[in-house]
Every structure is written in C-alpha cells, then in structure tokens.
Design a protein around this ligand. Structure first.
Ligand code: NAD
Length: 282
C-alpha cells in the first residue's frame, strides 16, 4: 500500500508513448486509470493493455486543446469513479526545424496542445483536487527542452519553457493544500512523437535527433523507464523529474552561463559606472 493504491489517475495522451507507459505503471501501483487521448484507435488498444494488468480502467476521447472536452472528461470521471487524485497532463506534440521556417499554424498547434493542453488540465482538475481536500498530485510533461533552448526545436522549447514556468508557480500555490506538483523533463525517449510531428507541421515525419544536435549527446530511454521514474517521483513528492544522466551536465553548463552573466553585470558596472539613483528617477 502506498499513496497511489486505490487512487484515480487520469493520463492525457495515454494512447501512445510515455502516456501509455504511465497508465500501465500507475495501474501496477494500484490506481484506477482514466485514459484520455484524441485518438480513439489508440484508446481502444490501450484500454485492453491496462485491463490486462487487472486494473479498473475507463477511456474517454479527449482533445486537450478544448477546455469543454477536458471538462467533459472530468464529468465522465466523476460519474464513474467519483473523484480524481493524480492528474498527468502529458499529451504533447513536436515540431522541428528552424524558427523562421516554421509556419504560423505549426506554432499555434504546438502551443495549443503543449501549453493550452496543460492549462486546460489544470483549470479543470485542480479546483476539483482542492475541493476534495484529500491531497493529490499534478504531473506536467515538459522536456529538457523546457529548461534549455535547443536549436531547431525552438517552437517546442517555447511551449515546454511555458510548462516548466507554470508548473513552478503551481507547485508553490498548491503547497498549502497538500497537492503535489511535478514537471517531467526527459531528453529523448523512444516513442512515436517524431512520426506524429509530421501531422503537426505538415512536413514529413523527421528524426528528432537530426534536428537537435545537442540531444545527440544523450542516451535514448524507453517510455517504460521514464514512466517508472515519474511514478517514483510522484511517490516521493518530487518536483523536477529528470530521466537521463546527461541532463546534469547540460543544466550545470546552463547554470554556469547565468553565473557568468551575473559576473559580467558587475564587471560592466565597474567599467562604465551608471548612477543608479539617476536611472531610477528617470
Ligand atoms: N519522446 C520524447 O523524446 C519526449 C521527450 C521529452 C518530453 N516528451 C513529452 O512527453 C509527452 C508524451 O510524448 P510521447 O513521446 O509519448 O509522444 P507520442 O506522440 O508517442 O504520444 C502523444 C499522445 O498524445 C496524443 N495527443 C496528441 N494531441 C492530443 C490532443 N490534442 N488531445 C489529447 N491527446 C493528444 C496522441 O494521440 C498520442 O497518443 C509530450 O508532452 C512530449 O512533449 C517526449
């Protein structure tokens, strides 16, 4: 028995990849599972897989970009299970390529799913968690690309930085209510996200690694590994959830760049003194 036993967990983007693996891992920890995905075919297949784990499970076709669709999901969960305790805002799409070559509709699609999808999940489920007064946990799927801009993944990075930022705020705001918040930040995971990216950008499906040279430094994890790590983090009530050893070095280098920028602030002020009082009075 742990925090997850008998709890109701909803996973968006549960039909494929990390979401599918999360739903299985949560089922193995004794959760009742709600699968939400835009693809009915993926949902049907995943429903059978979770059932085979012996878990109570329901599936609901949901478009996370549409607040009403997410509200309908919540109503269906209330009718079936009466409550929800773990909310995994996981659905996401990829767009690759240089920023300037990205068509506006691809920008909108990525922001709609990756950012508004998470916002809609929060606006729908967090008030319910607060009303229940029984704790809970919100897991938002971001990426290491939400902590480090990656060339040719700029649109995706922008959407994931937004997810990290709002998750940091939500973490602080939910603390008094005993509701945990976590942000999942993997590097490359072996899923169908690159195949699905073709549909997003209107271009051919492309290999993420071709588009993001920095990520080549990292290993490629399975969705099962990432899901197991995410569930360990839920149980330990952790916030930042990393999955690849290589992330430490990339984040350390980033922190060092911030440090150097602060050093330069001091050096430049010393070289070219500005009367700060005068500036403040302008
Ligand atoms: N695969 C990676 O390398 C990687 C790395 C870091 C972060 N992530 C993030 O992990 C999450 C899961 O990605 P994945 O790799 O498992 O991708 P995936 O493409 O295998 O699965 C995504 C699922 O989301 C569903 N989906 C897409 N749009 C939706 C919508 N509007 N409403 C509801 N469902 C929708 C798809 O049908 C699919 O089943 C995403 O947020 C992704 O950005 C993935």
């Amino acid at each position: 028995m742990d925090f997850l036993t008998g709890r109701v967990a909803v996973v968006t983007g549960a039909g494929s990849g990390i979401g599918a693996a999360l739903s299985i891992e949560l089922a193995r920890h004794g959760c009742r599972i709600v699968l939400a995905d835009i693809s009915p075919a993926y949902l049907d297949a995943q429903l059978e897989r979770v059932r085979a784990e012996g878990a109570e499970v329901m599936a609901e076709r949901t478009d996370v970009t549409d607040l009403q669709s997410v509200e309908s999901l919540a109503t269906a969960i209330e009718q079936r299970f009466g409550a929800v305790h773990v909310v995994c805002n996981n659905a996401g799409v990829l767009a690759t390529g240089p920023l300037l070559a990205t068509p506006a509709d691809a920008w909108r699609r990525v922001i709609d799913v990756n950012f508004w999808g998470v916002v809609n999940g929060i606006r729908t489920f967090v008030p319910r968690l607060m009303r229940q007064g029984d704790g809970g946990y919100v897991l938002n799927s971001a990426s290491l690309a939400g902590l480090q801009g990656v060339s040719e993944l700029g649109v995706y990075s922008a959407s994931k930085f937004a997810v990290v930022g709002l998750s940091e705020a939500l973490y602080q705001e939910m603390k008094p209510y005993g509701i945990g918040v976590g942000v999942l930040c993997p590097m490359v995971v072996r899923t169908k996200i690159a195949d699905h990216a073709g549909k997003t950008s209107g271009e051919d499906a492309s290999d993420v690694l071709d588009h993001a040279p920095r990520l080549r430094r990292g290993s490629i994890k399975t969705p099962e590994f990432v899901a197991a790590q995410a569930v360990r983090a839920i149980l330990a009530n952790r916030f930042y959830i990393f999955t690849h050893d290589e992330e430490r070095e990339i984040l350390r280098e980033r922190a060092e760049r911030f440090e150097r920028a602060c050093d330069w602030l001091n050096e430049s002020k010393a070289a070219l003194p500005i009367n700060e009082t005068e500036v403040a009075n302008l």
